[in-house]
Design a protein. Structure first.
Length: 248
């Protein structure tokens, strides 16, 4: 249960950049509203809402902001009805890209996502064109923890795998076991993951050895994640360390 996952590192760096841009609260609030609207306002009976609130607390969102978002979703307050729309396509170098959105204007979101793909050397494809290249998995990311103790606790809790690199550890679970593993790890002393979510993990990665393609891929990622309608971007690329260093 060991390996290297540069994609996990990229996601952490991108998440930090999103926070600096002030975008992350907007995305988290939309997720809380949608989760409460679909599954109800009680976190104990709504795993999606529970995960959204956990992510919001990890970003130090004020409790009253979270409560207002739950009330909006539950219908206690009037609010925008966001719809979940997924887009798929290819980025520079044939990288598979999946863009998950919550939008109140599908025409706007389609145009924005397509513009991003076209601007940076990719193309948006039909539904399902790259989804088969990813697996739905639970993922809990930890930093600066005792890897052996985390691995032992993860195995006992029923995790599928653990990937470690550069002081960061990703515990991988089956989607249906995510909550069970998360709760077991919390009881074992690992209660504060960097992130905890059910996400899409690529089965294989495309290595971008061309600096221009790597730069375009990161710019595409930036543009997509900077869009308020975009909740998550999944992609199967890997960039060698020396190229990442030159790109800053």
């Amino acid at each position: 249960m060991a390996g290297h996952s540069k994609w996990a590192n990229i996601k952490i760096r991108k998440g930090a950049q999103d926070a600096k841009r002030g975008k992350i609260f907007t995305k988290l609030i939309r997720e809380i509203v949608t989760a409460a609207r679909i599954g109800g306002p009680e976190p104990s009976f709504n795993p999606r809402l529970r995960a959204a609130l956990l992510a919001a607390r990890a970003q130090n969102m004020p409790k009253d902001t979270m409560d207002k978002a739950v009330k909006r979703g539950a219908g206690a307050e009037d609010g925008t009805d966001y719809k979940e729309v997924r887009f798929e396509g290819y980025g520079p170098g044939g990288v598979a890209v999946i863009v998950d959105t919550l939008t109140d204007n599908n025409n706007r979101t389609v145009a924005d996502v397509r513009h991003g793909f076209n601007k940076y050397g990719g193309n948006m494809g039909a539904s399902g064109c790259v989804a088969y290249l990813f697996d739905k998995k639970g993922e809990l990311l930890f930093q600066d923890v005792d890897e052996e103790k985390l691995m032992e606790a993860a195995l006992e809790a029923g995790a599928e795998d653990m990937i470690s690199a550069d002081g960061e550890c990703a515990v991988i679970t089956a989607p249906e076991e995510f909550e069970t593993v998360r709760e077991a790890l919390a009881k074992a002393g690992f209660a504060n993951p960097l992130s905890a979510e059910v996400t899409l993990r690529p089965q294989n990665t495309v290595t971008l050895n061309d600096e221009k393609q790597a730069s375009s891929m990161l710019k595409l990622l930036d543009m997509l994640e900077d869009n308020d309608d975009v909740q998550k971007v999944h992609a199967n690329f890997d960039i060698p360390d020396e190229i990442m260093e030159r790109l800053g």
